[in-house]
Design a protein. Structure first.
Lengths: 104, 585
């Protein structure tokens, strides 16, 4: 496996040394994306939906949770932007037990 | 679900609306998205594996505890919280953290350094065929049983949500899991586990806070529990005293022992040492996460980093259970000795605490998030069991003993068929699980049979070079059989099948069964070793402490890292924190 094959389909190549960022595969973007969507939905529910204050004991729980989720989501996405995961091109081959068993 | 409307036989426990379903659907889109991207990347190159292998230790650490944060943990621990109160924290602070730290500090270098692919394979290298076969078979069987428990809990939440009969819910849930595993594959497991962790926290943290708000904060919760425990009905039903429910030690509510001293010994030795070390240090599902990291240092830090969030999970699992026991009418009634109708299995059980609390305190929107969190946990838990089963069945059993030396694609096919078969078997074990009122009892019993003797054999084999191959398999099987016999003689470790000769029931019986297994294993291993031939010392490098050079066990790079990224300082901080938590509660 050469560097070229390795990074051919990556749009976030850093030109030097065949290293590139994990990009969309960065789990922090996945977490930030899902929690962000949840944050938007809950914030909207809190603003426009039934607050059901008798259940929550007087809190607008959807709104508070929604805002909390948006903050966490922003932290993850910012973190991923500021310190992208670098995938080194030369990693020792996966024969040392890293390979999981048969793909089901 | 209009197409299935004809199947509706019960009112749904929870009334979810369109927003809730959207939130749940979004989770599935992300899970499947990870699976599809993983699959596409694998077909192109090793990119996915490489980025996985370069993931920072916080990711593998979260995946490590996330693999365990399944249905059993969440429903079982909130059930324990409702039934026994705060003493259920022992499952975390005594029953997990010390073992996780021990795994990282002491055992991981052997697993990682010997380059084995699975825990049974380590057994094979150290003790040869006999112990390997016992370990691989008992592990595979245990995974099927536990997958059944996870499936049962998944089925019960589908039932609660949609009102389907349990058997329909079980089959539908099994199909969902099967497609999730088939599409996502093992390679997507770590990503999904990390995502799952955050969804679960996002679901359970608001539930806990809102629940506390309803009962008037933690002080309000304590007052209500105290008040409830002193009602005549609660006293008549044998509810643990308020003091027992609100203090973690001596934990008599949990063990069922009459004496406080015995209870402490039972918790420290039975749960804290035998059961928990057996589970956390030898369970392939857990250990594999650490094995797959990129250096010996990262492998050692994986369980230690996992220990930090693990310490705080009881606050969002056990506290909701305790809240449910004073806030939810059905659970109050159950705790006062009644048998209210409803819940997942017709009559309300402690396992329903969390779902019923969600029904009572969460508005639509948050309700969807909570359901998504539970589904996430259940699917990932079962997926982890079934995929670990696959690996051991295909590599450790099929390839080593049954059909040897075929091409790789043949074993992939075996793995796929095993997945389908395992899912079917899990449906039947789910039905067994549904007859136990408290899932944790059932599981602790199982762990006692499989993990306690395993840990005894491992620890002896790692530190005693004389221990022989025969001692390995004899000790393992005798320990397992010892635990089974003990469980049959106890009051209720096997439900109605137990004979009640030994007057001990509840969780205490499981702790004692595990301790029996441990002691029987150690004694027999020592006796057999003195009568059989040891392995030559030259074959023990990397497997036995005294025969492994010290430089094989540490990462030379680690000394250059700041203290908060080194194994030993991190483990020490975790230990101090967990001791402080024990004093605080």
């Amino acid at each position: 496996m050469t560097d070229n094959q390795h990074s051919a389909d990556q749009d976030t190549d850093t030109a030097q040394g065949g290293r590139h960022t994990a990009g969309a595969f960065d789990i922090r973007n996945f977490i930030g994306g899902l929690l962000g969507l949840y944050g938007i939905i809950l914030t909207l529910m809190g603003l426009f939906g039934d607050q059901e204050l008798d259940k929550t004991g007087g809190w607008n729980a959807n709104l508070y949770t929604g805002i909390g989720l948006l903050i966490v989501s922003a932290i993850f996405i910012t973190w991923a932007r500021l310190k992208p995961t670098i995938v080194p091109a030369h990693v020792e081959t996966a024969d040392d037990g890293a390979g999981p068993g048969p793909t089901p | 679900m209009p197409a299935l409307a004809g199947l509706r036989t019960a009112d749904t426990l929870i009334s979810a609306n369109l927003v809730d379903y959207t939130i749940i659907a979004l989770y599935f889109v992300f899970v499947l998205g990870i699976g599809i991207m993983a699959r596409r990347a694998i077909s192109d190159s090793l990119d996915f594996f490489l980025s996985g292998r370069s993931l920072p230790a916080w990711v593998t650490g979260l995946a490590f505890i996330s693999a365990n944060l399944g249905a059993v943990e969440i429903m079982g621990m909130s059930a324990n919280g409702a039934q026994f109160g705060i003493s259920a924290v022992h499952y975390f602070w005594v029953g997990a953290i010390p073992a996780m730290l021990f795994l990282g500090v002491v055992m991981m270098p052997f697993y990682y350094g010997s380059k084995v692919r699975s825990v049974p394979e380590f057994m094979f290298r150290r003790f040869g065929t006999g112990a390997h076969l016992v370990n691989a078979i008992s592990f595979a069987v245990a995974q099927l049983l536990i997958a059944g428990v996870n499936l049962f809990l998944l089925g019960s939440i589908v039932q609660a949500l949609l009102g389907w009969p349990l058997w329909v819910a079980l089959i539908v849930a099994a199909i969902i899991v099967l497609s999730y595993i088939t599409l996502g594959g093992l390679s997507a497991a770590i990503y999904n586990e990390v995502l799952q962790f955050f969804v679960i926290v996002a679901a359970l943290l608001p539930l806990t806070l809102i629940g506390l708000n309803r009962v008037g904060g933690y002080q309000g919760l304590k007052d209500k529990i105290t008040e409830f425990a002193s009602t005549p009905a609660a006293v008549a039903a044998g509810v643990p005293s308020a003091d027992d429910q609100l203090h973690s030690w001596p934990g008599q509510a949990l063990t069922g022992f009459g004496s406080g001293t015995l209870s402490v010994i039972g918790i420290v030795f039975g749960l804290g040492f035998v059961l928990s070390f057996g589970y956390w240090t030898t369970n392939f599902v857990e250990v594999q996460r650490a094995m797959a990291s990129n250096s010996i240092s990262a492998a050692r830090k994986t369980p230690i980093i996992g220990a930090f969030p693990k310490m705080f999970i009881p606050f969002i699992v056990i506290i909701p259970g305790m809240i449910a026991a004073v806030l939810v009418n059905e659970i109050r009634e159950l705790k006062a000795g009644g048998a209210p109708t409803g819940g997942a299995s017709g009559t309300v059980q402690y396992n329903d605490s969390l779902i019923l609390l969600m029904r009572d305190v969460l508005p639509n929107g948050l309700l969807g998030l909570a359901i998504a969190g539970l589904l996430a946990a259940f699917m990932a838990g079962m997926a982890a069991n079934i995929s670990a089963f696959n690996t051991v069945l295909s590599y450790d059993l099929w390839q080593r003993y049954i059909v040897k030396e075929r091409e790789d694609s043949y074993y992939l096919k075996v793995g796929r068929l095993a997945t389908v078969a395992a899912t079917f078997v899990a449906i039947f074990t789910a039905i067994i699980a549904s007859s136990f009122s408290n899932i944790m009892n059932y599981l602790q019993t199982l762990f006692g049979f499989f993990n306690a003797p395993l840990f005894a054999t491992f620890i002896l084999g790692m530190f005693w070079k004389r221990m022989t191959a025969t001692a390995g398999w004899v000790g393992l099987s005798a320990g397992t059989i010892g635990a089974v016999i003990f469980a049959f003689l106890s009051e209720d470790a096997f439900g109605s099948a137990s004979l009640g000769v030994i007057p001990i029931g509840g969780q205490g019986a499981a702790f004692l069964a595990a301790s029996t297994a441990f002691v029987v294993d150690i004694v027999l291993s020592i006796l057999v070793t003195f009568r059989t031939e040891s392995k030559p010392v030259s074959e023990l490098r990397g497997l036995v402490y005294s025969e492994t050079p010290k430089e094989d066990l540490v990462d030379p790079e680690e000394a250059k890292l700041p203290w908060y990224r080194r194994t030993i300082p991190l483990a020490s901080v975790a230990l101090v924190l967990v001791i402080a938590l024990n004093f605080a509660f």
